[in-house]
Design a binder for this molecule. Structure first.
Ligand code: SAJ
Length: 436
């Protein structure tokens, strides 16, 4: 029997064994969806604390209910291991490892390369491999395919390879791994067919595209779209500053246009593990092709400069009260990269803390989700958010507008507030507010 037919049969009768490499915010939900669909899933991770927690039936990812993990583990449909030789026992593998940037802002695909190496090491005829990690167009065919071919495996006949970008939005209760349409690009029609059949067991709708590179590019367009539009509104904020206009009024009015406009809001900068990073994978690839992706570069420049812009707003606000940043007590509210999450990766709050530290401010921060910040050689402990603290500081800076904050109460007890999120729009009584 052809390997393609055999795989389709194993998928149909749910006898297929699936490996998921990388049990983070993408891999664990995916593993749980495949297991919930009736497949047997082995989760692979280099972090033994993750695999141990999984095997205890515990969920360390908020989007995956603990009860779900407990049930799937108890029934033997889901397990975790750090022993990658167990890849020899699975019929399909989804690779969900990080693709960060190096300090030089160049792509770091070392985790993808390591996963491709170990998958190829244990690969055998009949294997399906799907790469999910966000990466530059060409990665699947340049990194994954050759390693399988070196094992004498023919892609599309012996092994099947596809790229399917992850679209996980942590904390999003509406759009989940199960109901978010999944783009799929196969190296051959048979690769697309088999990968689609597998993912259709776990995901409501599959969006086929013509190649892995097309699928890789779809993801980069999605997130470059955000980075560039956020860069645009950040520049609009600076333009409104020069014109003496309230950028929030302008954006709120523009957003009443029911067509042809998408609302983005200015902020203290661009955080997270996706939006600041993914576009730079694309521009890096294009530089190798001697083309400069100017929108991406310009958006990165503007977004990266926003922390400095915020610090200049703080300096101006303090000057307005006859004070300097040096020696002033400054309290940052919210250090996570976006509201209602605990993640501080690439958070602009870290840049703002660092810049204020350089200018000898006396710093305090509060964030309901982040008890301490260790970054760039610094270590800040969260302060308790109290009336005495609000009254004691010279300036409160709203960096991340978590829903947990009582903005009326905060403004009432603060003297001066710099608001980078328009979080205080509905408040009236209390300290002087300076908006972005
Ligand atoms: N930001 C702004 N202004 C905006 C929107 C965001 O300054 O109008 C800032 C945020 O504060 C944050 C950064 O940009 O620092 C990124 O925010 P984000 O809303 O894009 O959130 P992310 O990074 O969690 O992006 C994820 C992405 N999901 C995937 O890559 C699968 C993105 O594609 C989603 O569109 C986004 O979530 C979402 O919509 O929540």
């Amino acid at each position: 029997m052809e390997h393609r037919t055999a795989l389709l049969q194993q998928i149909a009768d749910r006898s297929l064994r699936v490996g998921v490499i990388g049990l983070g915010y993408v891999g664990l939900p995916l593993a749980a969806e495949f297991a919930s669909a009736g497949l047997t899933v082995v989760g692979f991770d280099v972090d033994a604390t993750k695999t141990a927690a999984l095997n205890r039936g515990e969920s360390y990812i908020d989007d995956v209910p603990a009860a779900t993990v407990a049930d799937l583990v108890a029934t033997g449909r889901l397990s975790g291991t750090t022993d990658f030789s167990a890849l020899a026992t699975v019929d399909a593998v989804s690779i969900c490892v990080p693709t960060p940037l190096r300090k030089t802002k160049d792509p770091n695909i070392s985790y993808v390369v390591a996963a491709a190496d170990v998958v190829a090491q244990h690969a055998r005829p009949g294997l399906l491999v799907v790469l999910e990690s966000t990466t530059y167009p060409g990665t699947t065919t340049e990194i994954l395919v050759p390693r399988l071919q070196e094992r004498g495996l023919t892609v599309g006949r012996d092994v099947f390879v596809a790229f399917s970008p992850e679209r996980v939005d942590p904390g999003n209760q509406t759009w989940t791994t199960h109901n978010t349409p999944k783009v799929m690009g196969g190296c051959t029609p048979a690769c697309l067919e088999v990968a689609t059949a597998l993912y259709q067991t776990a995901v409501e709708s599959i969006v086929p595209v013509s190649s892995p590179a097309a699928a890789e590019m779809v993801k980069l367009l999605e997130n470059t779209f955000r980075a560039v539009n956020i860069g645009l509104v950040n520049e609009i904020a600076i333009i409104c500053d020069h014109l003496g206009l309230d950028v929030w009024e302008i954006i709120n009015a523009a957003a009443t246009k029911p067509f042809g406009y998408t609302r983005f809001t200015p902020g203290p900068g661009l955080g997270g593990h996706c939006i600041p990073i993914d576009p730079l994978y694309l521009s890096w690839k294009l530089r190798a092709l001697d083309y400069e992706a100017r929108f991406i570069a310009l958006a990165d420049t503007i977004n990266s400069n926003m922390p400095r812009h915020v610090v200049s707003k703080i300096a101006d606000a303090l000057n307005g009260q006859g004070k300097a940043i040096r020696g002033s007590r400054i309290l940052l509210l919210g250090v996570a990269y976006k509201p209602n999450v605990a993640d501080i990766r690439e958070s602009p709050a870290l840049d703002i803390l660092e810049l204020l530290e350089e200018r000898a401010a006396e710093l305090f921060y509060h964030d309901p989700y982040v008890p301490e910040v260790r970054a760039e050689g610094h270590h800040w402990q969260r302060s308790e958010l109290t009336e005495p603290l609000l009254r004691a500081v010279d300036c409160v800076v709203v960096v991340t507008d978590h829903r947990a904050y009582d903005w009326d109460w905060i403004r009432r007890h603060a003297r001066l507030l710099v608001d980078t999120r328009n979080a205080l729009a509905a408040t009236s009584a209390g300290g002087t507010v300076v908006k972005l």
